[in-house]
Every structure is written in structure tokens, then in C-alpha cells.
Design a protein around this ligand. Structure first.
Ligand code: ADP
Ligand code: ADP
Length: 225
């Protein structure tokens, strides 16, 4: 079933004293419930821009983004960036708990939810560690489950594994597939890697730059029932 529809999006960045940049030119894309979509293409083709539009972080564009169920701001959209952006002065437990606290949830249920999330990525023994005590891959796993804490409708990932070495990247890709199997979340993933797109995605969207356009959409349904 259709989850999200991007129709005829055009985005122009206007700089006061520079030429304006057409980052997206009439881009349309349908996303189904539970799909993993990869956006690939050269640097500057508008991948991050498209992700920000979907995230609702920028609503200055032409065209329309239509949701089957409109997301509640801040809750229904999980975001993971290339840099993990964990708070260094908070433990892993308290980083993941961040969004869950102060919403009327009692402490015991927050603790239980965090434990469940950390177990999904094998980090249950690191709840009391600080980000600086973890490897880059572990930190990114924390960032991924933190984005899942609210149980968002959709997970948006901007080069989530781009800063990691090859072996760590392969492991995290498998972690992500395992998370997908458990949650069946709709995931939109920006990547530079054709290999990563082919491994993870059911639908690979190839973009080209100047201006940002979709060149091809490849559906590669994976045998992951
Ligand atoms: P990608 O993620 O594919 O590398 P981006 O979406 O970051 O591409 O950028 C698309 C185009 O828009 C590029 O030409 C980039 O320089 C430009 N751009 C991105 N963000 C801004 C901004 N805030 N102001 C002006 N131009 C921008
Ligand atoms: P990436 O490849 O996605 O996206 P970039 O280096 O293109 O990384 O962009 C990093 C950040 O800088 C983004 O937040 C983007 O909006 C901003 N940015 C990119 N190009 C420009 C630009 N020409 N002018 C202003 N901001 C830009």
C-alpha cells in the first residue's frame, strides 16, 4: 500500500549574492509501506535535499508530499545522519532515552524500552558507557536505535554508514536488515554506494545532478518475507 507520495517537487536554493541552485527539478516518487528505498547518485544531485523535504525540515519548495497518514512532527520520523550526533555527556542509555523522557512515560517503562532497543543491536551491555568509549560502528548503532525509540512511521538515513570502515559497514547493513525484519519500517536511505543500495533496497532511485532529477527507478524486490 502507498505510504508516501512525492509529486513534482522542485527546490531552488536562492542565495542573496550568488546564483540560485536548482537542487531538485520536478522529482516524483512513490514509496510503499515497509519498503527500503535507496537514493543514489553523485554528490550534489539533491539526495540530502529530498530527504530533508520528506523529513519536513524544509517546506520551501514547489510540489507536494502526501502521506497516507500524516506524521506527527518530531515523533513519526526517525532521522539518522552520517555523524551520529550523540550527546557526549550522556550515557548510551540516556542518549536513547532522550526522546522518551518527559512525555509522561514512567521511568521503568523508559528503561525497559531502551533495553529492548539496545538488545536489537547487541549493545545491551553498553547502556552505562559514554559515546567516547564506543567504536564508530557502535555509536552509529546507538544513533539508529535512538531514531527508533519513538516507534516512528519512517526512518530517514543520510549516508548512515559513510564514515565507517568496510567491515563495520557490512555489519551495520546486516543490523539494519535485522531491524527491518523486526519492525517492517519504511526506510529511505541516502548512499553513495551502488553496492549498498543493491544489498539493502527494494527500490533503488538513481538521481543525476544539475539539476537534480531522477534518472531511473529500479525495483528489486528482495526475498525477505
Ligand atoms: P547530495 O545530498 O546529493 O550531495 P544536496 O541535496 O546536498 O546533494 O545538494 C544539492 C544541490 O543543492 C547542490 O548543488 C548543493 O550545493 C546545493 N545546496 C544544498 N544545500 C544548500 C543550501 N543550504 N544552500 C544553497 N545550496 C544548497
Ligand atoms: P552531502 O553530500 O550530503 O550532502 P554536502 O557537503 O553537500 O553533504 O552538504 C552538507 C551541508 O551543507 C548540508 O546541510 C547542505 O544543506 C549544506 N550545503 C551544501 N551545499 C551548500 C551550498 N552551496 N551553500 C550552502 N550550504 C550548502
Amino acid at each position: 500500500t502507498q505510504f508516501l507520495s512525492v509529486s513534482d517537487i522542485t527546490k531552488v536554493y536562492k542565495a542573496a549574492n550568488r546564483q540560485s541552485v536548482t537542487a531538485l527539478d520536478d522529482v516524483s516518487l512513490d514509496i510503499d509501506d515497509g519498503q527500503i528505498i535507496a537514493l543514489i547518485g553523485p554528490s550534489g544531485c539533491g539526495k540530502s535535499t529530498l530527504l530533508r523535504m520528506i523529513a519536513g525540515l524544509d517546506d520551501d519548495y514547489q510540489g507536494e508530499i502526501t502521506w497516507a497518514t500524516p506524521p506527527k512532527p518530531g515523533r513519526d520520523i526517525g532521522f539518522v545522519f552520517q555523524e551520529h550526533a550523540l550527546l557526549p555527556w550522556r550515557t548510551v542509555q540516556r542518549n536513547v532515552a532522550l526522546g522518551l523522557e518527559g512525555k509522561g512515560a514512567d521511568k521503568a517503562s523508559v528503561t525497559a524500552r531502551v533495553a529492548e532497543l539496545l538488545a536489537m543491536v547487541g549493545l545491551q551491555d553498553f547502556a552505562n558507557s559514554y559515546p567516547s568509549e564506543l567504536s564508530g560502528g557502535m555509536r552509529q548503532r546507538v544513533a539508529i536505535v535512538r531514531a527508533l525509540a519513538y516507534n516512528p512511521q519512517i526512518l530517514l538515513m543520510d549516508e548512515p554508514f559513510g564514515a565507517l570502515d568496510a567491515i563495520t559497514r557490512d555489519r551495520l547493513q546486516d543490523d539494519l536488515l535485522r531491524i527491518w525484519e523486526q519492525t517492517k519500517k519504511t526506510i529511505v536511505l541516502v548512499t553513495h554506494s551502488v553496492e549498498e543500495a543493491a544489498y539493502l533496497a527494494d527500490r533503488v532511485v538513481v538521481m543525476s545532478a544539475r539539476p537534480g532529477r531522477i534518472r531511473a527507478i529500479h525495483d528489486v524486490p528482495l526475498p525477505r518475507e
